[in-house]
Design a protein around this ligand. Structure first.
Ligand SMILES: Nc1nc2c(ncn2[C@@H]2O[C@H](COP(=O)(O)OP(=O)(O)O)[C@@H](O)[C@H]2O)c(=O)[nH]1
Ligand SMILES: [Mg+2]
Length: 307
């Protein structure tokens, strides 16, 4: 089965038939779109055609130019594979050593899928036999606390929460303290959606991050950015600003099930120089998948290249 937050290695690839078809379903719109540019599979494909299909699947133009620089007029599968896979190559910037408790702070704009992704991660950890506690750190809206509480109940997982309007840093601190006191393996902390331009909210986020560090006695924890896949490339500027603010460790891209913009994964990973750990492919607790760049690229090339 999938491990959590491993380096992107071939072992991250879907193993069972079920996982494989799940992956194909997630990218079905993106792949259909690509096939409309190259209706017939070929051994070598024209430079201009490849350029067009990358742009069509929402790879940023700058990244398209970078990936294709110096390639021949007729491009072979292996040449293109090499270029596309290397767009994902960069070392994850967090310490892979497991901490106890493993703390994950979830960050992103409103509606990106933060709360839903927390439920999915909690579900995954639980299935691995780990104990989990959730922190309802989006104290901005009462509905957000309720939403996470509903998930906690459904998944039978404890949750730490306060009233709407209370200090989210206190919730983060209490969640971590509770995990330490009860020997819980994993803490996942929600935060309110915010834009990179909202100074007050951003100072609040820095404070939450500092409080986590303090509660953990300076041990590292993970800050994951949730990006809405249907936004394609427009999510990148946002994520860059957040990364400058509090050093993001990795990305989860949601809602890939509803978009043909799967190519944006290339630009997101390359421009942010951060690993994409998971992809969200639906609204249910099981709709989260580990992301393997190699497997993604191979499947994409299968659509257009003959064997
Ligand atoms: N189709 C689909 N919908 C998703 C996915 N992740 C989240 N959503 C939906 O997106 C909406 C916003 O999600 P939510 O978790 O509340 O976002 P938040 O504001 O960032 O916490 C909800 O209706 C979710 O069910 C996904 O991977 N696929
Ligand atoms: Mg939320």
């Amino acid at each position: 089965m999938f491990g959590l937050f491993k380096k992107n290695t071939p072992s991250n690839e879907p193993q069972t038939q079920e996982e494989k078809s799940f992956f194909k379903k997630a990218f079905s719109k993106t792949f259909e779109n690509i096939k409309s540019v190259v209706p017939q599979k070929q051994e070598k494909i024209d430079f201009d055609t490849i350029e067009e299909l990358l742009i069509e699947s929402d790879v940023e133009y700058e990244i398209v130019l970078k990936a294709m620089d110096g390639l021949d007029e007729k491009i072979s599968r292996s040449a293109l594979r090499h270029r596309l896979v290397s767009l994902f190559e960069h070392v994850p910037n967090f310490n892979l050593e497991l901490q106890q408790p493993e703390v994950i702070l979830i960050i992103g704009v409103n509606g990106a899928g933060k709360t839903t992704t927390i439920a999915k991660l909690a579900n995954m950890y639980k299935k691995m036999g780990k104990s989990v506690v959730l922190g309802a750190g989006d104290t901005f809206r009462a509905a957000a606390i309720e939403q996470l509480s509903t998930w906690a109940e459904k998944l039978n997982i404890p949750i730490i929460k306060t009233k709407q309007g209370h200090d989210p840093s206190a919730v983060a601190f209490d969640t971590i303290s509770s995990a330490l006191a009860k020997n819980i393996d994993v803490c996942i902390i929600d935060t309110a959606g915010r834009l990179q331009t909202q100074t007050n909210l951003n100072n609040e986020l820095k404070k939450i991050s500092k409080v986590c560090t303090k509660a953990l006695n300076d041990k590292p924890f993970r800050k994951l950015m949730i990006l809405d896949g249907t936004q394609g490339n427009s999510a990148i500027a946002q994520a860059k600003a957040f990364n400058e603010m509090i050093d993001i460790d990795g990305i989860i891209v949601t809602k890939l099930d509803g978009t043909a913009k799967g190519g944006a994964l290339f630009s997101i990973a390359n421009r942010l120089e951060l690993p994409i750990y998971y992809i969200g492919i639906g609204e249910k607790a099981d709709d989260l998948m580990e992301f393997s760049p190699d497997y993604f690229v191979d499947n994409l090339l299968d659509q257009i290249y003959s064997a």
